[in-house]
Design a binder for this molecule. Sequence first.
Ligand SMILES: Cc1cc2nc3c(=O)[nH]c(=O)nc-3n(C[C@H](O)[C@H](O)[C@H](O)COP(=O)(O)OP(=O)(O)OC[C@H]3O[C@@H](n4cnc5c(N)ncnc54)[C@H](O)[C@@H]3O)c2cc1C
Length: 289
Amino acid sequence: MKPPRFEYHAPATVDEALDLLTRYRGEAKLLAGGQSLMPLLNFRLSRPAALIDLNAIPGLAHIAENDGGIRIGAMTRQRAIEFSPIVRRRLPLLAEATGLVGHLPIRTRGTIGGSLAHADPSAEYPAVLAALEGEAIVRGPRGERALAAGELFASYLTTRLEPDEILVEVRLPATPAGAGFAFEEFSRRHGDFAIVGIACLLVGAGGGCARARLATAGAGPVPTRLRAAEEILERAGLGEAAIEAAAHRAAELVAPEDDLHASAAYRRHLTRVLTGRAVRRAAARMAEG
Ligand SMILES: Cc1cc2nc3c(=O)[nH]c(=O)nc-3n(C[C@H](O)[C@H](O)[C@H](O)COP(=O)(O)OP(=O)(O)OC[C@H]3O[C@@H](n4cnc5c(N)ncnc54)[C@H](O)[C@@H]3O)c2cc1C
């Protein structure tokens, strides 16, 4: 199908894009990679009066390291993230998760800002943002604000961005050298959205686990930090009994719903199995140094 008629704008600056958003009073949509928005338009599930294309704005696509953190511009393509040496070295969990996003042509156009703003509950990046305790930097007419994952994601395909705000950057703390990481997911076919995914980061100290971070994709309307499961690993270490206990706890912490793709019970089961797998693989990486 073809999209309904819309006006098209290609602003040259973020300020110009913000002025346009204000002018259309919530009736315009930002266009990033178009990999989620264009299908919505083609199926006429979205009928904006105008598209505001972010692709011509310089300075929104970058990956930079400073002060122990990594800044990634909202328009950075998933493909650039996948092959960035900075991301490989400093954010290995993000690098691994990116390889699981759709297929190569999708990653070549799709952006990190678009993926977070689209807020698909099964997407990998929201779970990574939650596990790495990063922030989305948002700019609007009232200035700039930083939203953690818990603040950014409101529900299925819904964020707490105001209609006149633009996500301009993602900031993630660099992962310490020697940390363990893994993104485990189950999908029906290679490149499909995950039915459930688990992002895991482990930081060791003195043979134990000083910091465990676990976050879900596909196990509820928004990515969920599995804090009580993390606490089990931080308290009891990374032995098999602790991992099993954490995985069981993880399944109790999520609140999935039945849908066309899977029952709630199956998603809960996957949460347990994938949490166990992610922690074991992250722990093995940590042991290798
Ligand atoms: C066949 C297929 C398979 C896919 N598989 C996966 C998968 O396995 N995992 C996964 O995570 N994704 C998957 N995707 C989605 C893909 O990752 C998209 O690229 C992503 O969801 C949206 O990014 P985009 O840059 O294309 O955004 P767009 O489609 O351009 O925009 C998406 C939404 O975000 C808004 N938006 C975009 N940028 C901003 C911004 N800077 N500030 C505020 N709002 C903004 C837009 O207005 C729109 O509402 C798949 C897509 C397809 C078509």
